[in-house]
Design a protein around this ligand. Sequence first.
Ligand code: IPM
Ligand code: MG
Length: 372
Amino acid sequence: MTSENIKKIILLPGDGIGPEIVRVAVRVLKDCAGKFGHHFDFAEFPFGGCALDAAGKPLPAETLAACKSADAILLGAVGGPKWDAQPLGNRPESGLLALRKELGLYINLRPIDLRASLQSLTPLRADRANDVHIDFVRELAGDIYFGKHHVEADPSGERAVDEAVYTTGEVERVAKYAFARAEARTGRLTSIDKANVLSTSQLWRRTVTRMAANHPGVKLEHMYVDNAAMQLVLSPAQFDVILTSNMFGDILSDLGAALVGSIGLIPSMSRGPGPSLYEPIHGSAPSLAGKDVACPVGTILSASMMLRESFGLTREAEWIESAVDRLFVNGIRTPDIVEPGTTRVGCNEFGERLLAEMAGAAGQHQSTGRGV
Ligand code: IPM
Ligand code: MG
């Protein structure tokens, strides 16, 4: 096997439930490699709160260097009450933001799909719960997340400032991806902003509007973020691809996750000029950690997104995703999505059952990937 055929995957399990869910997803990836004759090399590095404890920094230099040289990165989650008193800049979350910045990850794709097999979990009224398949494209490297943050004295006590910044170029590069995504789907793109109040949003809207002229196949609509929150609940099927800023995308994608049953189900890809990073959109859920009750599905689907998006292994990704769906159809559920009449299993058992389900289907599939 040549080195070209070996894919180097960096694992950042992080804190809370991170290590449990990443462990399950890695077993799935190893199984996939074995069945389809691929070679994945895994290396794990400290990141987040555990790295703060061990190395005094949430993103140690060796972790960053490993990520930069990876073919892809799989991340669990970071943060927890232990580090809540830490100032901004020295928290597990600051490691995540630094990693996004250092790798130039400006696109964050969060697919929100209401699966037929989990239809009963939606809090939506039945007539609103059809055709919910939304691709959130969240800008990930700018906005109020990366502007200056500071606190100063004020006669009333303190004055805190968070600066929100966007440049034309930053909007263009993420919008380019969203237009392409819409062209590859049904051609509907909704750009969400707060252009009635924020100058960053006005720049956002001007830029996206100008770009629409080069994408005649895309039906572009602009929507204010407050209305978008309401529309997502009242009429989610109107959305196909949503393009939005870092802050609004963070908030609205959690809302989207609630529509499809559980935030534990949602994967994501963060993409830039180098290696992409894959992570579930949920947090470290400290209260669930170590109890074998976490839902590994968001991480497993992040791993299958990695196969598809970074390695071109479409058939392998479908093999994993269809096995996940069959488990749901058979009523196999982690505690966050259990319902009367379904079988409650823990994080590990979900993984075991998934491997068995994938093994059952192995003979029906052949690799179509690029032979990694
Ligand atoms: C997310 C998370 C992060 C964010 C936190 C952990 C910094 O909520 O990925 O959605 O706000 O981007
Ligand atoms: Mg979030």
